[in-house]
Design a protein around this ligand. Structure first.
Ligand SMILES: CCCCCCCC/C=C\CCCCCCCC(=O)N[C@@H](COP(=O)(O)O)[C@H](O)/C=C/CCCCCCCCCCCCC
Length: 212
């Protein structure tokens, strides 16, 4: 059976690094993990391009930190948190002096990862005729929605109605049939969960889960 490995290589992220995509320079690895999702989002229309632009902007912030003069402090999440917190480089109460700190930027992506985990788990376990708009709305309400203002919640909830069927969505993952895509999700979801749990614990230990 043809089986392509999941491109969301989160294994070494879970181990404390950023990503383990072999043969890819460290500065571009985060972009590599998400480029497939961004392509997919762009193909869905304007609102989804807006979402993918937000992800790309955040990845660019991280790329710049990881290739800038302080790059040695951005080799892992743990190093980044220690460096930014230890040097008061994180805005704790309101976004002012450090609007693009690594900690707040990763926190936004971390919350999005929770959405992704819930959504893909829904896709993996739901019957064939389930509407992805329902899965997407449920996973969004249980994760990211808490942090978004009313206007964004409203706009994205309407946009979810345009999502393709579960079968089309699974096939667009480009790993073969929808059954093969479900198998790939079986394999990938534990890694996503592991990455999420490690970041969650780290951020909780440093009281960073509510960064403005
Ligand atoms: C650390 C590991 C990396 C994790 C990567 C997670 C990847 C998830 C991939 C894509 C999903 C969508 C990501 C949405 C990102 C939202 C980040 C965010 O909350 N940004 C808002 C706050 O940013 P700041 O202003 O504080 O800088 C920003 O306001 C964004 C607004 C639009 C967000 C709309 C979210 C909709 C989520 C659901 C996506 C549906 C995609 C459907 C595909 C089937």
């Amino acid at each position: 059976m043809r089986r392509r490995r999941c491109c969301w290589n989160t294994t070494s992220l879970a181990g404390g690094g950023w990503s383990g995509a072999r043969g890819v320079s460290p500065a571009t690895r985060p972009t590599c993990i998400l480029s497939a999702q961004c392509r997919f989002l762009n193909s869905l229309g304007t609102i989804f391009s807006f979402i993918s632009k937000d992800v790309v902007t955040k990845l660019q912030i991280m790329d710049q930190l990881r290739s800038g003069p302080q790059q040695e402090h951005y080799s892992s999440l743990q190093a980044m948190v220690a460096y930014e917190v230890g040097n008061q480089l994180v805005d704790l109460e309101r976004r002012s002096r450090h609007p693009d700190s690594g900690c707040r930027t990763v926190l936004r992506l971390h919350r999005a990862l929770r959405w992704l985990q819930l959504f893909l788990e829904g896709v993996r376990t739901s019957p064939e005729d389930t509407r992805t708009s329902v899965l997407c709305t449920d996973s969004y309400n249980a994760s990211l929605a808490t942090y978004h203002p009313w206007i964004i919640r409203r706009a994205v909830t309407v946009a979810f109605c345009a999502l393709p069927t579960r079968k089309v969505f699974l096939e667009s993952m480009n790993v073969g049939s929808s059954e093969q895509a479900v198998e790939m999700l079986d394999e990938a979801l534990p890694f996503i969960e592991r990455v999420y749990n490690i970041s969650q614990k780290l951020y909780a230990e440093h009281a960073l889960l509510d960064l403005p």
